[in-house]
Design a protein around this ligand. Structure first.
Ligand SMILES: [Zn+2]
Length: 249
């Protein structure tokens, strides 16, 4: 350790790797759900276990000893861009110590889908070896938000204070993840791309258009004089949501 104390906590990168790996091994032995580095299923209790391991290994029981507020943990299948988030009260600056409440929410789908695309998965600047390592690193990013919120009542991973903290504590060199998104997986499975020309049938009519967006379904823009969408050169379009299986291309 270079500097002690939650505010200026700083470890050598070699220590960080050992600590992260210790947590991984202890987590696998304590979790009922996660038994390898490949996350197949998870519960809120797993997040609690992970949190206590980080408190012990990195924060020297700071939270167990000093934190008087409430911490919640949850998993979401709905998060599509952030893989984790830390939720706090808008009144954070007015709250007493005992009223501090934070919730760390993890977008579990990103980790279930970790292997769906074959390429490097870099998280916070670190090339991860499996979904559990990626999960830990996203969790570390959220822990840094938690500490920043607890200490300063505001937090932003775009700002220098956060970037310094997360680098000192966890040796993260970036604040974004490159985990496979729903969009990337679908594009790969169906071979679809934004801008691609497609057609589809509806009520016996054939419609031609191009892919404008890819989410759970494709958003297809179809030329239509009565359409309400207009491009730069005055063409009018109507917007359709089409299941991937129904597209011809
Ligand atoms: Zn962030």
């Amino acid at each position: 350790m270079i500097i002690e104390g939650i505010k200026d906590l700083k470890y050598y990168d070699s220590e960080i790797i050992i600590k992260r790996n210790n947590i991984r091994n202890m987590f696998i032995s304590k979790s009922k759900n996660v038994k390898t580095g490949d996350i197949q299923c998870m519960s809120n209790d797993d997040l609690k276990i992970l949190f206590h391991l980080y408190d012990e290994e990195f924060f020297n029981f700071y939270f167990r000893r000093n934190f008087k507020g409430t911490l919640k943990f949850s998993l979401s299948t709905r998060m599509t861009s952030a893989a984790g988030k830390t939720i706090y009260s808008r009144k954070i600056k007015l709250l007493e110590e005992s009223e501090e409440t934070y919730e760390i929410r993890m977008g579990i789908k990103f980790f279930f889908q970790y292997y769906k695309v074959e390429r490097d998965k870099i998280v916070s600047g670190i090339k991860t070896k499996d979904s559990l390592e990626a999960f830990q690193i996203v969790f570390e990013h959220e822990l840094c938000h938690l500490i920043e919120l607890h200490l300063y009542k505001e937090s932003s991973c775009k700002k220098i204070r956060f970037k310094t903290m997360v680098h000192n504590m966890f040796y993260h060199t970036d604040v974004v993840h490159q985990l496979p998104s729903q969009k990337e997986i679908i594009s790969q499975e169906y071979g679809l791309k934004i801008g691609q020309k497609v057609s589809f049938l509806n009520d016996g009519n054939k419609y031609n258009g191009f892919i404008y967006k890819i989410n759970k379904r494709a958003t297809v823009m179809v030329k239509d004089n009565k359409g309400t969408y207009r491009d730069d050169i005055g063409n009018k379009y109507s917007k359709w949501y089409v299941q991937f299986g129904k597209l011809n291309y």
